[in-house]
Design a protein around this ligand. Structure first.
Ligand code: SF4
Length: 345
């Protein structure tokens, strides 16, 4: 099976920027970006990131805000925070380059077994399996696996299968080939079984049921949450504050506002004036409501109610910043809050 897949890969491999050479830093950055994002969206971010942080020492020397600024729009910002923290750990340990063992890689923040496998297989030719989302789909279909792929038993079976299939010869190409197979042929909704190099081994293909797999545990519905966001203007500038480094959108900048809550009753203007006075010590005009913004996170859906007002008196706390409008991309602002900012043009 590995031979059939590699022959197919030799003819059809995608020309991707992180596939040039065996630089583990490039492979690591690409694998982290690809964890939650498709190849097409990742390519420009990868190129920009590598131009800005060409190697691990450059990444470690940067401030986390610069890394987040390069990441803005890609989402799941914790990935960038972990990437930066891991680069610093590697530099502090004195090695200056990524470890070449599974245990060494797993000790770094943001690196799980599949990412470590990809770095070791592609970067240093070690025979180590991978099991990213694409591979989960391919193997679940190959086995017509009835256990949910996200349950421990299903996961363990998939890892075992991934290990059995990984060849000693060309494990790095094999890792890329199986990722390509999942992304381009064994697609979630429209698998192209007729051109698949594994169709003669595939149980789901034989039973005409590929899209029934992977089976997954029943999903909990995502709760709805609500918050307000206060856009305070002062002579063509907007007040932004940094989020705490840990937690949702950690390290990103945004207008002051309430945390996401599961209940919502629209605050009146005076309540918002009092809120910002108590919270940031400033006096502002009566805020006016703007059109709400909706956004989906992995675990909940959020509706942000923006309000706009003007600064009148008293400086905000020192960690806040007045930022000229339009807010440029040197400051890390999430896609959600860039959407909120569009409400003031
Ligand atoms: S035969 Fe079809 S379902 Fe099976 S692995 Fe190939 S593309 Fe996926």
């Amino acid at each position: 099976m590995a031979r059939a897949l590699l022959s197919h890969y030799d003819l059809h491999a995608r020309d991707l920027p992180w596939r040039k050479g065996q630089d583990t830093y490039r492979i690591w950055v690409a694998e982290i970006m690809l964890q939650q994002t498709g190849v097409k969206s990742v390519i420009p971010y990868f190129q920009h990131f590598l131009a800005r942080f060409p190697d691990l020492p450059a990444l470690a020397a940067a401030e986390v805000a610069e890394v987040l600024a390069c990441w803005q729009g890609l989402g799941y910002y914790r990935r960038a925070v972990h990437l930066h923290a891991a680069a610093r750990m590697v530099m502090q340990n004195g090695a200056g380059r990524l470890p070449e063992t599974m245990a060494g890689l797993l000790a770094l923040p943001g690196i799980g077994a599949s990412t470590a496998g990809a770095i070791l297989a592609i970067g240093s030719g070690q025979r180590v399996p991978i099991l990213d989302g694409n591979v989960v789909r391919v193997l679940s279909r190959l086995l017509a696996m009835e256990e949910p792929a996200d349950a421990p038993a299903g996961r363990a079976r998939l890892w075992k299968m991934a290990d059995r299939l990984t060849p000693a010869d060309r494990p790095g190409d094999y890792a890329q080939a199986i990722m390509d197979l999942g992304a381009r042929i064994c697609r979630p909704r429209k698998p192209d079984c007729l051109v698949c190099p594994w169709s003669s081994w595939c149980r789901a293909h034989r039973s005409h049921t590929p899209t029934s797999y992977p089976r997954l545990l029943p999903r909990r519905t995502r709760p709805e949450k609500y918050q307000f966001s206060l856009l305070v203007l002062r002579e063509g500038s907007l007040l932004l504050t940094p989020r705490p480094a840990r937690g949702l959108l950690g390290g990103m900048w945004e207008p002051p506002g309430s945390p996401p809550e599961e209940t919502w009753s629209p605050p009146d203007g005076q309540a918002l004036v009092n809120w910002i006075k108590n919270r940031h010590g400033m006096q502002v005009t009566l805020p006016a409501p703007l059109e709400p913004v909706r956004h989906a996170f992995t675990h909940f859906r959020l509706t942000v109610y923006p309000y706009v007002c003007h600064w009148l008196a008293h400086e905000p706390p020192s960690e806040a910043r007045w930022v000229s409008l339009p807010v440029d991309r040197s400051l890390p602002v999430s896609t959600l809050h860039r959407k909120v900012l569009t409400r003031i043009g």
